[in-house]
Each structure stands twice: as structure tokens, then as C-alpha cells.
Design a protein around this ligand. Sequence first.
Ligand code: LLP
Length: 417
Amino acid sequence: HPHIAYRGDALYIEQRPLAELAAQHGTPLFVYSKASMLSALGAYQRGFAGRKAQICYAMKANSTLGVLQVFAQAGCGFDIVSGGELERVLAAGAEPGKVIFSGVGKTRAEMRRALEVGIGCFNVESEGELEVLSEVAQATGRRAPVSIRVNPNVDPKTHPYISTGLKGSKFGVAHEDALRIYQRAAALPGLAVVGIDCHIGSQITEETPYLDAMDRMLDLVTTIEAAGIALHHIDFGGGLGIDYRGDTPPEADVLWHKLLAKIDARGYGDRLLMIEPGRSLVGNAGVCVTEVLYLKPGEQKSFCVIDAAMNELPRPAMYQAFHRIEPVSPRHGQTTVYDVVGPICESGDWIGRDRELGVAPGDLLAVFSAGAYCMSMASNYNTRGRPAELLVDGDQAHLIRERESTADQTRLERLVG
Ligand code: LLP
């Protein structure tokens, strides 16, 4: 990670030592590198150079306003999945026309609001949703721009919880039903068919699933257009993986070079191309800095208890995910193998297993690859306040979220009587 690296014995993010930021803001603390986000975005932009393309950051990966602002200022669109996400992107300065709305369970109220602000496209996931959206749009006197999420039925070879494009998943419509459902959409009075979309899964580290999915999608484009329904854009979803533990996902520009060759070969190079990357834009731009509270040596296992936990770093507990954990100021000398665990009263509250560390209480550790699906999935379990977040830009560190207080947490609660 070029933007988060040691200089001598101190871990820096861009021009700032993490130890100094932790001393100022306390721990646990999330710190993001703006340059790292822009460099990840740059790989996609290079891939699409000279093309009609729209990169819609899948904001569920990290929806903090200060992070959204970076992508809005860089000209990105956004992939949203709720009314709440819509209000967040608007607050961060997004152009509504560049917002696309995914998700299997959009409510009428969410549809109405999205129509009212003029979002770019609804990525519809079922026939039932098409009918409702058409009704809602008619009632507001507008036509809703729609794309239908189709399952290419390829195996993304990732964790089952984050694999979404297979038959039998709750997402999208089956490949073989797509034409019929497109014809239904084209006939509904409140809808304007504008595109087609898919999303096959997340943390994909091989290129074959993408290449196969593209073939299957382009077959469908041909079938649907032969039936007289024009598709103005092709949205290929997100899912590109990052390096958590020596993973070697394809580079965005290299992958797109190959995907574009397929698109061109079929004569669709003139279409607007859209993508919905989340993790690959922010995942490795962030670290969580945490303090070692206690060391518990044991016969079977030794534990390193830290002040961060599964409420802000939920991925190990949920997906047995691996996050690299390194000392912010390495000691030289003896190391011990620890399970790195949080203070929460659950055995599932571990952050790393069998990690060789040379640490003492009071030391700081950095949990890497914490930019995506950490703070956006954080909870208040055990009445833990969510951490503060900093955005570092060169030598500037901007506080983009204050640490949550207990008063913040109980603000909406009422005692009885
Ligand atoms: N588009 C759609 C329709 C999606 O459902 C998702 C992610 C994305 C785009 C962005 O995917 P990405 O580029 O980030 O892989 N919490 C899990 C990941 C869940 C992904 C859900 N959908 C994790 O921490 O690994």
C-alpha cells in the first residue's frame, strides 16, 4: 500500500504518522488516504479512457460524507441501495442524474423521493418491483428510467455470503426470464427502459468470472435489442477484489482492457458503460488504529486484547475475513503468537487469529484494508460509540466524523413515565 507505509520505524499514512493522529484523536480511529482512493479510481478511469463511461461508487462500502465528497468531486456517480444513502449522496454534493438505485426491496417512498430528485436509473430486481415502480412513477407524472438486474449465472468464486450472481440468489432476475421481463417493462406506462445491469459478487480476485459474465450479458443485449428494446447503457456492477492477504486481483485497467475487447467485438462499444465498484475504491485506502489493552498469555492460546472490536471491524466475525494487523511502531525483539480480540462479550469478537506480534500493552496496532465495509457496517453493540474517522490528504488530516458519544447513542431513546 504505497500511501500507508513505514518510514523507518513509524507507520505513516501519506505525510502523517499514525501514532501522532492516534494521540490527537484517540483510538479506535479510522484513517483514510485520499490519494489512495483517487489512485484506485484512476485505474478505472485509465481503463475507460476515450470511452463513454460512468463510474458509480457503490457507497455501501463506505458512506461517510467526507468519503463520498472525494468521489463526487472526482466526477463519480453513485450506486445507492436505500433512501438513506440517497440523502447522504445528495448531502455530499452528488449529481442526482449520476445516481443509480440498486436493491431488492425498494419501498414506494424511496422510489418517490428518487424520482423527485431525478436519479439516473433504477436497477430493478424483480417483476413485482417493475409494476410498483411504474405505478409510483405514473402517480408523480414521470417516467422512471430502468435497467433490469440480470443474473449471468457465473460463479464468482468468492465467499458464499458475498456471491450474488448465481441462480438461487435473492438478487436480480434469471438469465432465461430476462427477455420476457424486459418486454413487460417496455410495455409498462410509467417506465422508460434505458439499460441492463448485473453484479456477480464481491471480493472477486479472478478474471474468468468477469469475462464469462460479460459474454452472457452481451448475449442478452443482443436478444433484447432484437426484440426492439434499445439499451442505452450496460452496467457491469462492482465486485473487484483487493489484496487483503497476498490476494492478486486483476488491475482494473487491465481487466477492462479485456472486457472492452469483448464489448467492441460485439459492436457495443458505443454504449454508455457503467460500473459499481465499492471495495476496490476504498478498501485499501483505510486503516483502523487500535490500542493494545491487555496481553493474556495462555497454555493453549495467548490473547492480545485491543480496544477495537467486531462492532467496527465486523468482517472477521461475519465472513472469517482476514485483515493484516501490524504494529504502528514496531519493536525489535521477541514475538508471540496471539489471537487478536476485541472487548465485546462474544467469542466471535476476534479481529485476527494466530498473529505473530511483538507488542506490549499501550502499543498501537494498525488493522489494514479497513476502508470498505467496516465503518459502514459498524454497530453500537455493547453500547460502544462508533470511532472517529480522518481523511488524510498529503500533510492535512481532516476529521470527517467525530467519535460517537453515549449521548449520541441514546438521543432517540425515551424513559417511560
Ligand atoms: N453493486 C451491487 C448491486 C452490490 O450489491 C454491491 C455490493 C456492489 C455493487 C459493490 O461491490 P464491491 O465492488 O464492493 O465488491 N459486506 C461484504 C460485502 C458485501 C457486498 C454487497 N454488495 C464484505 O464486507 O465483504
